[in-house]
Design a protein around this ligand. Structure first.
Ligand SMILES: Cc1cc2nc3c(=O)[nH]c(=O)nc-3n(C[C@H](O)[C@H](O)[C@H](O)COP(=O)(O)OP(=O)(O)OC[C@H]3O[C@@H](n4cnc5c(N)ncnc54)[C@H](O)[C@@H]3O)c2cc1C
Length: 499
């Protein structure tokens, strides 16, 4: 069997950018993907006349041509930027509660502050101080961490040191007294997987910062267009891809990678492997146990899996405005609870008062769905464990029972949705498990508790020679981070001497 310089396992974001980056530099790369399309989470599927977006709600790090963000620059370097059309969203998010509370935050810092101050005049100064803190923290973080200041110290970056490991709730409690305000400004926890009691302030601050500075985006054609652009770039640079072809084994001899065996039984020699598959399946299923250092397994056992998601994809036979949907991103908040009770909610099977996010791509891009229609993607975070205990014979009944409960929550805010449904599909944690191959269908890799947060992540390297990681399992999750992780893994190989 023909050998390759590098075999990449998985065509999710990290696998795609790693493959494209290496092929562009002349490496002979084979990309193996178990599914029949590229993208992993970054994909779409069709039902009736709708093409549904699977994962992307808001893309961070893009910026505008005039003020490019890191992701725009990266995609430009990869040569895919001109093949894609990005759509800027003009709201950060809208928050809606069944009691009639409504608030939209636009995307400029001044607007966010004034919209919040108008709604919460009794917390006027604290709101100002919160965003000063977000910006000061983000600037210190960028200087010390991303630009790798060699002289970083507690004295030079006091906020970074005092707030990096602080739970977001501590900051909210210090600054605000109104529970509704605390819930509204921390609602992005729904994108990060942990409630503010567990989430490091660092994540909340950085998310606000990147979305305000570089604006939230979506893409014409959805995230599948991005995945298609990357795979086309890979193929035109001489890369080889095999779909419907999972990796079954990574061959390791004397502590170093020697090749990959596919699920079809092909033996492919290679001295470098980049795993976009989860770190768990790579170390536990793909590599024989005697070749995985005990320390690596011990370190991995200390981590916990992130939640998966329950997602409803709905195609409507009318335009978004007819349903009362006026913003791209609406958080449906049943209460102001931001405590650990949210972990219990994510652990239970049924849907009741969970935080949900509803994205309607047609608001920013009226051509997203067929003329006269629109679509919504509604997500709530759920751990995989309870779904694994559902007997197969009950699965459909439980799935649609939960879907019905989710729909009722949407109706609380947009009462007319039910009568305009043309297509509806539901994905559970088991769906994510099936299509991504991740344990328990975890969509954000390992949970990003403070001890496992960006400051302590294991990174793209492995103790096994020639094995690298490029995914949300060894770094931060989200589109921007995983796309960056792929290129970073590619660069580790490109920069190796004697290759
Ligand atoms: C519902 C949902 C909503 C989200 N919303 C957002 C959002 O709004 N903004 C944002 O930035 N992020 C969002 N995310 C997160 C983001 O989509 C992910 O962090 C990111 O896409 C993960 O990329 P990845 O590189 O880790 O690969 P993944 O997408 O996890 O893909 C891994 C790939 O590896 C393949 N694979 C696994 N094992 C094998 C094997 N043995 N052989 C071959 N192939 C294999 C799988 O088939 C899959 O294609 C969302 C995710 C979900 C699920």
């Amino acid at each position: 069997m023909e050998g390759y310089d590098v075999v990449v396992i998985g065509a999710g974001n990290g696998g795609l950018t790693a493959s494209a980056g290496l092929a562009q530099k002349g490496f002979n790369v084979l990309l193996l993907e178990r599914h029949n399309v590229p993208g992993g989470c970054a994909t779409s599927f069709c039902r009736g006349r709708f093409e549904f977006e699977v994962a992307l709600h808001q893309l961070s790090g893009m910026g505008t041509p005039e003020k490019p963000g890191p992701l725009r620059m990266m995609l430009d370097n990869l040569g895919v930027l001109d093949d894609l059309e990005f759509v800027e969203m003009d709201d950060l998010y809208h928050v809606a509660m069944p009691d009639g509370f409504r608030l939209t935050l636009k995307t400029s810092k001044d607007q966010v502050i004034s919209e919040l101050q108008e709604m919460f005049p009794h917390e006027k100064e604290s709101i100002e101080r919160f965003f000063d803190l977000v910006y000061s923290y983000a600037n210190q973080m960028l200087a010390a961490f991303y630009f790798k200041d060699p002289d970083a110290s507690r004295e030079k970056y006091p906020l970074l040191y005092s707030h990096a490991f602080k739970p977001a709730i501590d900051v909210l409690d210090e600054l605000f007294s109104d529970p509704l305000l605390k819930a509204v400004v921390s609602v992005y926890w729904g994108f990060l997987g942990l409630p503010p009691t567990r989430l490091s302030f660092a994540y909340l601050a950085m998310l606000f910062f990147v979305f305000i500075e570089f604006k939230p985006f979506h893409l014409k054609g959805g995230s599948q267009a991005l995945s298609n652009g990357l795979i086309n770039r890979f193929l035109s640079s001489g890369g080889t891809v095999r779909f419907n072809c999972g990796a079954k084994k990574i061959i390791v001899e004397d502590g170093a990678v020697k090749g990959v065996i596919t699920e079809d039984g092909d033996h492919i020699p290679a001295n470098h492997v980049i795993a976009n598959a989860s770190q768990v399946s790579t170390y536990v299923q793909l590599i024989d146990p005697e070749n995985v250092p005990n320390e690596t397994l011990r370190e991995m056992r200390g981590r916990t899996l992130s939640p998966s998601a329950f997602v409803m994809f709905v195609g409507f036979d009318c335009e978004a405005s007819q349903l009362g949907i006026t913003d791209s991103t609406t958080f449906l908040m049943a209460n102001t609870d931001i405590t650990d009770r949210n972990l219990n909610r994510m652990q239970r099977l049924d849907i009741d008062d969970e935080l949900m996010v509803l994205s309607c791509y047609d608001v920013a891009d009226p051509d997203f769905s067929p003329p006269g229609t629109c679509q919504a993607n509604i997500v709530t975070l759920k751990y995989g464990d309870p779904w694994l205990r559902v007997p197969p014979s009950d699965y459909h009944r439980v799935k649609y029972r939960c879907g019905e409960a989710m729909l009722r929550r949407v109706e609380d805010i947009f009462p007319d949705v039910r009568k305009h449904i043309e297509e509806l599909e539901v994905a559970t944690p088991l769906t994510h498990m099936r299509y991504l191959g991740h344990p328990n269908g975890a969509i954000y890799g390992f949970e990003q508790y403070t001890k496992d947060s960006l400051f302590f992540q294991p990174g793209r390297f492995s103790p096994i020679g020639g094995l690298y990681f490029a995914s949300g399992w060894t770094g931060d999750c989200g589109f921007q981070s995983t796309l960056e992780a792929g290129l970073s893994a590619a660069n580790s190989i490109i920069k190796k001497p004697n290759l």
